[in-house]
Design a protein around this ligand. Structure first.
Ligand code: ZN
Length: 317
């Protein structure tokens, strides 16, 4: 029965989770993706009493119910106005932050100090935040507290080239030795605990399944499972948003451009791209001495190559 379906399964943003919704619910969803205000979104959600003609499907199974039952979890989305962004200071999380600022009324940020080999990442975070506040007056008032948590315990339990001084290479598992087992699971759990305490209903993360690394803790299935586990374990509906999940690095640059332009029609798009080029940090080796058109980095490590290739494709498009 529809009522038995936990709301958070029905209310997340991925198309998989919206398939089978009735026409109105789909339109509501499309409207939401259209970045309309929450008021408009609310007004767009007709709750029809008893309309048996609208048969609903959940994951391929027909469900006997009415649109009302579906409209309820959809309407709950309208309450999701406060977000917490996992913000590392890299290109992806900076774009995810811009996406959240475009969409939510209040946005806080969280980062983790886990003994990264290079502290430039932590410095980059602060520089990006300051630059966004200075350049985008439409977003500045929405930017809430920035939280930096100590996750040094990861350094105690993992052998990885991100926390130790070893070369980056592929391991027999098929994963690069930059993979820190459980890292993102731990980050999401800590973020959810903080979000709970601060009354933030949405967690936004820049994870991406099309990324070369294929980290299993960044995949869509993992995110969905974490959303369910954290919502159940904290007895609060939590939404994990992953705006970059299905796009590549060139599209990520384009997304940043579009969001910046939307925030400020006077060259805001180029300004946000320039800001991300200048202030975010991606290079695994922590190199800030070499400046390329796509930003700072060694230019050789997998992260630099990915960023450079994506930027080149974005420039050509
Ligand atoms: Zn590099």
């Amino acid at each position: 029965r529809v009522q038995a379906l936990p709301g958070f399964l029905a209310q997340a943003s991925h198309p998989l989770r919206t398939q089978g919704l009735g026409e109105d619910a789909r339109r509501v969803h499309a409207k939401k993706n259209d970045q309309t205000s929450h008021h408009e979104f609310h007004a767009m959600s007709p709750v029809r009493q008893g309309d048996p003609a609208r048969a609903l499907m959940i994951r391929g199974s027909p469900v006997t119910g009415t649109l009302e039952a579906f409209a309820r979890p959809c309407l709950a989305l309208a309450m999701h106005t406060h977000a917490l962004v996992l913000f590392s200071g890299g290109q992806d999380s900076a774009t995810a932050l811009a996406w959240a600022l475009d969409r939510y009324d209040r946005v806080e940020t969280i980062g983790f100090d886990y003994g990264q080999r290079h502290k430039v990442e932590l410095t980059a975070r602060l520089n990006v935040l300051a630059a966004i506040k200075a350049r985008f007056p439409a977003w500045a008032p929405k930017m809430g507290e920035d939280h930096l948590l100590d996750a040094g315990i990861l350094g105690q339990i993992s052998e990885t080239s991100l926390t130790r001084d070893t070369a980056i290479e592929m391991e027999s598992s098929g994963l690069p030795n930059t993979f820190v087992p459980g890292r993102n699971l731990l980050f999401l759990t800590l973020a959810a605990a903080l979000a709970y305490r601060r009354g933030l209903q949405v967690i936004v993360t820049g994870v991406c399944e099309t990324d070369f690394s294929g980290y299993p803790d960044c995949r869509d299935d993992t995110m969905k499972a974490m959303q369910v586990a954290l919502s159940l374990g904290m007895d609060r509906k939590l939404l994990i948003e992953t705006p970059l999940m299905w796009i590549d690095k060139a599209q990520t640059w384009q997304l940043a451009h579009d969001l910046g332009q939307q925030a400020d029609s006077a060259q805001g798009g180029q300004a946000l791209v320039d800001l991300i080029v200048e202030h975010t940090h991606t290079c695994y080796l922590g190199d800030r001495t070499q400046r390329h058109d796509w930003g700072y980095g060694c230019g050789q490590c997998p992260a630099c190559q990915l960023r450079a290739a994506g930027f080149a494709r974005f420039q050509k498009s």
